[in-house]
Design a protein around this ligand. Structure first.
Ligand SMILES: NC(=O)c1ccc[n+]([C@@H]2O[C@H](COP(=O)([O-])OP(=O)(O)OC[C@H]3O[C@@H](n4cnc5c(N)ncnc54)[C@H](OP(=O)(O)O)[C@@H]3O)[C@@H](O)[C@H]2O)c1
Length: 265
């Protein structure tokens, strides 16, 4: 599907990755509906983009907010479900409300948005849904139980939905970023990584989103080879991969991330 002349609804547009995705979609000729909670950040982005962008403020943790957002958006050709919370840390350190918020924003909202927008896309025989998951949606690690639950969930949801939509003209892509430098929920923490873990940029994720829409690729990783191989290994040999992760310092990194991202729960 080509983006020129389409309308794209982007959640998490105020965030580090979202801003890069917004610019890329806009640059490819889409009218972009920018959604997030922070009206000031969304207004600044809209002003920067010039014409062809609108702001739709929504708190996706609120009951019914996703369906209401889809309603306000009107005719949408492309959904990029990108909003997310880091939800890092050990399960027992979360309150029940924090668990629910992570599930609502990261998993429930994308499902409800897809549910609300799909009938129009199917009727027009044209559309694309992009879900921004994470490499933590392919391989779980210490301190990521809630986050991985949501990101694995997105992958499973998208895989089933893709089959449901076979032959309908509506495509489904899941994007799996690893650690992203420069902006976004990992970069905001300034937690260091072992030197062998290289990072990708928000613009790399934006490129993958557009590639997914234009080529219809079902899944795209945005991560260096060692991390992608790690994800494969953890599917094939989970115990060995987990042992290796621990030896490479995953516990220290997870503790630091949980500390730094606590205020985003
Ligand atoms: N950065 C990374 O290293 C990385 C790696 C893998 C996957 N990802 C995924 O990439 C996506 C974007 O993350 P990011 O790095 O850009 O993070 P970010 O800078 O923290 O941005 C998160 C975005 O989600 C929105 N959001 C959070 N809670 C919301 C709520 N209750 N209702 C509506 N919107 C809400 C935020 O909106 P407001 O700020 O306006 O509230 C913001 O636009 C997420 O799904 C994340 O899991 C990121």
């Amino acid at each position: 599907m080509q983006l020129g002349g389409t309308t794209a609804l982007l959640t998490g547009a105020s965030g580090g990755i979202g801003q890069a995705v917004a610019r890329r979609l806009h640059g490819h000729g889409a009218r972009v509906l920018l959604s997030g909670r922070r009206a000031d950040a969304l207004d600044a982005l809209r002003a920067d983009l010039g014409g062809g962008a609108e702001v739709l403020v929504a708190d996706l943790a609120e009951p019914g907010a996703a369906a209401a957002l889809a309603d306000r958006a009107g005719v949408v050709d492309v959904l990029v479900a990108n909003a997310g919370l880091p939800a890092s840390g050990w399960l027992e350190t979360f309150t029940p409300d924090q668990i629910d918020r992570a599930l609502d924003v990261n998993l429930r909202a994308p499902i409800h948005l897809a549910r609300a927008l799909l009938p129009g896309m199917v009727e027009r025989g044209r559309g694309h849904l992009v879900f921004v998951s994470s490499l933590a949606g392919k391989a779980a690690s210490v301190g990521s139980s809630i986050y991985s639950a949501t990101k694995f969930g997105l992958r499973g949801f998208a895989a089933g939905l893709r089959e449901d939509l076979h032959g309908s003209g509506v495509g489904v892509t899941v994007v799996f970023p690893g650690f992203i430098r420069g902006a976004g929920m990992y970069a905001d923490t300034r937690v260091g990584l072992p030197p062998w873990v290289s990072m990708r940029s928000p613009d790399d994720v934006a490129g993958a989103v557009v590639r997914g829409i234009e080529t219809g690729r079902p899944e795209i990783d945005v991560a260096p080879l060692p991390l992608r191989l790690g994800a494969v290994a953890s599917a094939l040999a989970p115990a060995t991969a987990a042992r290796l992760q621990r030896r490479l310092g995953s516990v220290e990194v997870a503790e630091a991330l949980a500390r730094e991202q606590r205020d985003k729960r």
